[in-house]
Design a protein around this ligand. Structure first.
Ligand SMILES: Nc1ncnc2c1ncn2[C@@H]1O[C@H](COP(=O)(O)OP(=O)(O)OP(=O)(O)O)[C@@H](O)[C@H]1O
Ligand SMILES: [Mg+2]
Length: 259
């Protein structure tokens, strides 16, 4: 079943066509990979769908609803969460508090400037008034094997764990669809291995995942479907096996990777 599709989606920046007439589908329950060379338009495509930016042309359909041009908060309310290419954590909050902000993202009207962040300044208050939220956040940390770091400051975590913490916070908002922009970037092999297990577990929860990744081992191992962009245009779509053998993909991307 189709959960999301874009129809002729286009985003121009002045003379640059960052995303060019991309029609792309995401099937419910699957992990979809979005790959392509640097500057291919992958992040721009994510930004259009998640309401960080508005498309120049085209449409975005999520769960049967046209969400084109919806602001980010509205998109997240509907059940789409994301992480960013550059880590965006509250580095001065603890690990568990970061996940708690994700839980409040679900219920708060304007969570980033709302009362809740004020409340978080007092850990005692958070514990007293938000016991339930705290418990739920701890469950998410256990899911990611991060529970032993719950009381550490986010900034003190190793890089790979910070990336996973960002995913935990996004998942805490209980999305139907989760976008991950280069989740393995900067991770060492052991961290990447752990991430692959985590993505598998996320799929088991029934959450649909779309991920941008340059690590081909990860992409080929965990994706059910792959879409390939090059210069803003979709050049291929298919199973990892088919993508590996696709001439246009090898020429534009995979071939160069191996050089
Ligand atoms: N806000 C912007 N203003 C102008 N040009 C932009 C803007 N955002 C992206 N671009 C351009 O759009 C193109 C696509 O960029 P995008 O960041 O989407 O690529 P990407 O596939 O995510 O690349 P990478 O793998 O390096 O992250 C690039 O040429 C980029 O310079
Ligand atoms: Mg990018």
């Amino acid at each position: 079943m189709r959960l999301l599709s874009t129809e002729h989606l286009t985003r121009e920046f002045g003379g640059v066509i960052a995303v060019n007439d991309v029609s792309f589908n995401v099937e419910k329950g699957l992990v979809t990979g979005l790959i392509g060379p640097n500057g291919a338009g992958k992040t721009t495509l994510f930004n259009q769908i998640t309401g960080v930016d508005k498309p120049t042309r085209g449409n975005i359909i999520f769960d049967g609803q046209d969400i084109t041009g919806f602001p980010a908060w509205k998109v997240s309310r509907l059940g789409i969460a994301r992480t960013f290419q550059n880590i965006r954590l509250y580095k001065e909050l603890t690990v568990v508090e970061n996940v708690m902000t994700g839980l409040h993202f679900k219920v708060g009207k304007d969570p980033f400037h709302g009362r809740f962040l004020q409340a978080l300044k007092s850990y005692a208050f958070a514990q007293r008034e938000n016991r339930e939220v705290y418990g739920k956040a701890m469950e998410w940390l256990r899911f990611f094997d991060l529970d032993s770091h719950a009381q550490d400051f986010a900034r003190s975590l190793p890089y790979g764990m910070q990336r996973e913490l960002e995913i935990a916070r996004a998942l805490a908002a209980d999305p139907k669809l989760l976008f991950l922009d280069e989740p393995a970037a900067g991770m060492n092999p052991a961290e990447t291995e752990h991430l692959m297990e985590v993505v598998d577990k996320i799929r088991s929860l029934g959450v649909t995942v779309v991920l941008i990744e340059h690590d081909m081992k990860l992409v080929m191992n965990i994706c059910d479907q792959i879409t390939v962009l090059n210069f803003g245009t979709k050049i291929a779509e298919g199973t990892p096996q088919a993508i590996k053998q696709d001439k246009a993909v090898i020429e534009a991307y995979l071939g160069k990777e191996e050089e």
